[in-house]
Design a protein. Structure first.
Length: 198
């Protein structure tokens, strides 16, 4: 993997992107805060009338937009092993590191905040930890959706695995416009240069 990312990207590779939504498979996790990455991709797929196909290590959909291809995946490995799916599909599709975007929840951001980062530490997020381990680098873009509250939850694990409250669910739906703009910004310009609020 390390050698693959050292190669100079071809023009074909620069037109192909890997968009990864993080979450856990299973109905019990479907509407939880930790699954916001899955939820964002589901809305993107619905908006563009895409169908999901079950493939190796992930649910897969392909979006074509203005001469570019966007491979969308929802890992079926559970959150803590997400890196295995990211590594496999990056290699399988010959997608360079700078064209990978990971969509994830962020407990340390206020609820509804959205940040696009070019790199960073996992900050305790097990999915990001595994991706960093599998890619052997923390230099990959991630779109972080804030799920934090003013009053810090006593049990953080329970909090992220709990379902959205009704008021939160309504706001996440309203945030769709910002999420689409952030994805478009990444597709248009590639790797973000800094921690960008959206």
């Amino acid at each position: 993997m390390k050698c693959l990312f050292k190669k100079k990207s071809t023009s074909l590779e620069m037109k192909k992107f890997l968009i990864v939504g993080l979450g856990n498979i299973g109905e019990e996790y479907q509407n939880t805060r930790h699954n916001v990455g899955f939820q964002i991709l589901d809305r993107l797929a619905t908006k563009n009338e895409l169908l999901w196909t079950e493939k190796k290590l992930a649910s897969y959909a392909l979006l074509k937009h203005k001469g570019r291809q966007f491979v969308l995946i929802k890992p079926s490995t559970f959150m803590n092993r997400s890196g295995k799916a990211v590594r496999y599909w990056a290699l399988q599709e010959k997608i360079p590191l700078e064209n990978i975007l990971v969509l994830t929840d962020e407990l340390h951001l206020p609820f509804g905040s959205i940040r696009l980062k070019p790199k960073g530490s996992p900050a305790g997020h097990n999915g990001l930890k595994d991706i960093e381990a599998q890619l052997n680098t923390s230099t990959y873009a991630r779109l972080r959706f804030g799920i934090g509250q003013e009053k810090k939850p006593f049990d953080q694990v329970k909090f992220v695995l709990d379902p959205w409250e009704e008021s939160e669910q309504k706001k996440t739906t309203r945030e769709n416009g910002s999420l689409y703009r952030s994805n478009y910004k990444f597709w248009s310009s590639g790797h973000p240069k800094h921690n960008e609020p959206l």
